[in-house]
Design a protein around this ligand. Structure first.
Ligand code: F6P
Length: 561
């Protein structure tokens, strides 16, 4: 067995940054922001997308030290190893090639010596063909009616990414035009309430069910699939499954076992991690059924543009690299355990939940499942924290809930995401500004409020009464970054997704962890299996709960009563 690589925290580059924290602690963002030269160096642009990270608690020197850390962590080599299809997901012995899912047709990306791009495009072509048939009505349901509604069943990565993209495209005029008369719904939770909500108002005769599961063993998805199969067959008879149910999976044998024709299955591969699978058939099929393949192709092209930027741009101008390094700085050096993702765009309401996937909430999925680890890739316990607690809510909604805490309570680095153009502009006569300008006024104001704060001296000048001064003081010095997109088209949504995916990878590469496995979700699943067995024997044989601790036994008894 190869000897473990030294932890990144043992390198000089890490120690230099540790020492540098003291220098930063002597600064305030108020002062850092007055240096125009520094601020100018902290703006990055790519295809009209602007990243401003001048409100991070960092100087030009910090950035140099972070770039040194990237070198010490062998970041360039690790990125190349990912794009070259090496088995960087070592605990599962797999390549990590979601970049191949959006590569142009003529690209060559190899896994285990074989170019995977032609296989990717075979599936994409099959999706285009199938979604064209469904959308045009040339494929009809068992009673001859067109299938205008789709329920996609899946959970975790087989749900959150597609939901985020769907939510983002719903109000994009071009995408919305292509979706006219169609509905796309997502069934994830095993809670029967989620089933009830999904089928409410839908007719099995006009509904197509897409079962999405990488493994095709996930308990929630399989039970939901059986439940909807029953919904269809009860109404239309068993043969209707052939017309009304299709699948997306890496496990075609199990697809057949569920009664779905493998010809109606859309494959993907074990080198696609669940939370990185939105650009595979997992997302592309349901989204193409709703919006048409040409819209989804633009989304893939947007993601691919960032892949190329990530792979080929020098680190100091590389958006995902800079974002990833800043996150490492905030978490491991400045000690900020959380990050708020704050899109000033209602269409991005499901972005934070997807990135959370690190915690399985919804954008937070990508980050928290990937980087919520306690050991290095070689299994050594880590003497530093990794991963962030991601959460978020679109602005301005969030301003009326948790912003109090981020302004005067805990310090939480914030990502502000906004767009120059609105998907749905509204100008009301007599108003000072358009509705989008009103929204964006907040996008521009909040980062400065966090950075500058408000001092007791300022409050005194405003004649604020002495007893209220402590309550109205804002310490400021709270870091944030701003990402301004030209608009929220399918292309830009793809770019946003890929930026965050690669940022997460950069963090994991620097920390020296495996961002592509998720062993931490297994234990709870195993224990649920034991409970399920117990519930079965209690319900069928009246057996009393046994083998559980006092607390669980008491709760189970109460539940069974
Ligand atoms: O619970 C974790 C997880 O394995 C995720 O990583 C994955 O996206 C999700 O479950 C669903 O898995 P599957 O696509 O195999 O149903």
């Amino acid at each position: 067995m190869a000897s473990p690589t030294a932890l990144i925290s043992e390198t000089q580059a890490w120690k230099d940054l540790k020492g540098h924290v003291e220098d930063i602690n002597k600064t305030h963002l108020r002062d850092l922001m007055s240096d125009a030269h520094r601020c100018e160096s902290m703006m990055l642009e790519f295809e009209g997308l602007l990243l401003d990270y001048s409100r991070q608690r960092a100087t030009v020197e910090t950035m140099d030290k972070l770039l040194n850390l990237a070198k010490a962590a062998q970041l360039p080599e690790k990125i190349s190893r990912m794009f070259n299809g090496e088995h960087i997901n070592s605990t599962e012995n797999r390549s990590v090639l979601h970049v191949a899912l959006r590569a142009p047709k003529d690209a060559v990306i190899k896994a285990d010596g074989k170019n995977v791009v032609p296989e990717v495009w075979n599936v994409l072509d099959k999706i285009k063909d199938f979604s064209d048939k469904i959308r045009s009505g040339s494929w009809v349901g068992a009673t001859g009616k067109p299938l205008k509604d789709v329920i996609a069943i899946g959970i975790g990565g087989s749900f959150l990414g597609p939901l985020f993209v769907h939510t983002a495209l719903q109000t994009d005029p071009e995408s919305a035009e292509c979706a006219k008369g169609r509905q796309l719904r997502f069934l994830a939770n095993i809670d029967p309430v989620d089933v009830a909500r999904n089928i409410s108002g839908l007719n099995p005769e006009t509904t197509l069910v897409v079962v999405v599961s990488k493994t095709f063993t996930t308990a929630e998805t399989m039970l939901n699939a059986r439940t909807l199969r029953n919904w269809i067959t009860t109404a239309l008879g068993a043969p209707a499954v052939a017309k009304h149910m299709v699948a997306v999976s890496t496990n075609l044998a199990l697809v057949e076992k569920l009664g779905i024709d493998p010809n109606n299955a859309f494959a993907f591969w074990d080198w696609v991690g669940g939370r990185y699978s939105v650009c595979s058939a997992v997302g592309v099929l349901p989204l193409s059924l709703q919006y048409g393949f040409s819209v989804v192709e633009k989304f893939l092209k947007g993601a691919s543009s960032i892949d190329q930027h990530f792979q080929s741009t020098p680190f100091e101008k590389n958006i995902p690299v800079i974002l990833g390094l800043l996150s490492v700085w905030n978490v491991s050096f400045l000690g900020y355990p959380a990050r708020a993702i704050l899109p000033y765009s209602q269409a991005l309401e499901k972005f934070a939940p997807h990135i959370q996937q690190a915690c399985e909430l919804s954008l937070s999925f990508v980050s928290m499942e990937s980087n919520g680890k306690g050991v290095s890739i070689d299994g050594l316990p880590l003497p530093f924290e990794t991963g962030e607690i991601d959460f978020g809510e679109p602005g301005t909604n969030g301003q009326h809930s948790f912003y109090q805490l981020i302004h005067q309570g805990r310090v939480i680095p914030c990502d502000f995401i906004g767009t120059v153009k609105s998907q749905q502009p509204v100008y009301l006569e007599g108003e000072v500004v358009s509705n989008h300008d009103e929204l964006m006024s907040n996008f521009f104001a909040q980062p400065d409020a966090l950075a500058y704060g408000k001092t007791p001296e300022q409050l005194q000048k405003e004649n604020v009464s002495e007893n209220l001064i402590p309550h109205k003081t804002f310490s400021g010095n709270r870091p944030s970054l701003s990402l301004l997109l030209p608009e929220l088209s399918a292309y830009n949504v793809g770019q946003l997704l890929a930026i965050y995916e690669h940022r997460v990878a950069v963090q994991g590469f620097v920390w020296g962890i495996n961002s592509f496995d998720q062993w931490g979700v297994e234990l709870g699943k195993v224990l649920a299996t034991q409970v399920r067995k117990q519930l079965h024997s209690s319900r069928t044989q009246g057996a009393a709960p046994e083998g559980f601790n006092y607390s669980t036994t008491t709760l189970l008894k109460r539940y069974l009563e």
